[in-house]
Design a protein around this ligand. Structure first.
Ligand SMILES: [Zn+2]
Length: 213
């Protein structure tokens, strides 16, 4: 099974690894920094030995990378994995921004129900089942999220269950949340965030999250 270095070293953008399987265009490696779509967080962009990764996906605890079919990589070959760091860092910041907003919603509005979430490079969104416009809730929520960000709190990460690769993050005194995404070290790294409501109908409300930069 691929060792997920993006958990223990989320700031690494280049990593030496080795090919463990080759199945046509699909390969696996023994260690990886290249995140594959999970929990709503989009996959990294990057390359293996300079060959662009077309898709990265999870299969159980394994990560499978699809390369152009003429990739030429062979079993046991030493390779260098590189990721687009600017993209990853934005994904990490927006991912945690979304988690923070979600936690505050859960704390302040009992019974609110999340029905979807997606983290892209330019914005994150969370969809809720909520019978009326969610807009009136947003100013106070953004203010509280921005206060936690400004306090630059430490974000602790670890395994709840290492064999099954169940991860958590924790901010002391605030929350402890199961999550297999990649996380920033401190809340201040997110920078000020902005919330925007979208009406998506059918009793669902969308909250979009934007970073200041
Ligand atoms: Zn997370």
């Amino acid at each position: 099974m691929t060792k997920k270095i993006f958990w223990t070293a989320p700031y690494r953008s280049r990593h030496e690894s080795r090919i463990t399987t080759v199945n046509g265009a699909d390969i696996t490696v023994d260690e990886t920094i290249f995140f594959a779509f999970s929990g709503g967080q989009e996959s990294d962009h990057g390359s293996i030995n300079g060959i662009p990764v077309i898709t990265a996906r999870r299969d159980g605890l394994e990560l499978i990378y699809t390369l152009p079919p003429e990739h030429g990589l062979t079993l046991g070959q030493a390779v260098t994995i590189e990721i687009d760091w600017d993209r990853r860092h934005r994904l990490m910041r927006l991912h945690f921004a979304a988690e923070l907003v979600l936690e505050l919603f859960y704390k302040q509005h009992q019974g609110i129900d999340k029905v979807g979430a997606h983290i892209a490079q330019n914005k994150a969104r969370i969809d809720f089942l909520w019978p009326q416009s969610i807009a009136p809730l947003l100013p106070a929520l953004a203010e509280e999220a921005n206060a936690i960000i400004a306090a630059n709190l430490d974000i602790i990460k670890g395994f709840d269950d290492e064999a099954n690769e169940r991860r958590y993050w924790e901010i002391a005194g605030l929350s402890r949340v199961p999550c297999g995404g990649t996380h920033v070290s401190r809340t201040g790294e997110i920078g000020p965030l902005r919330l925007k409501r979208e009406n998506i109908g059918k009793g669902k409300e969308r909250v979009e999250i934007y970073l200041a930069d």
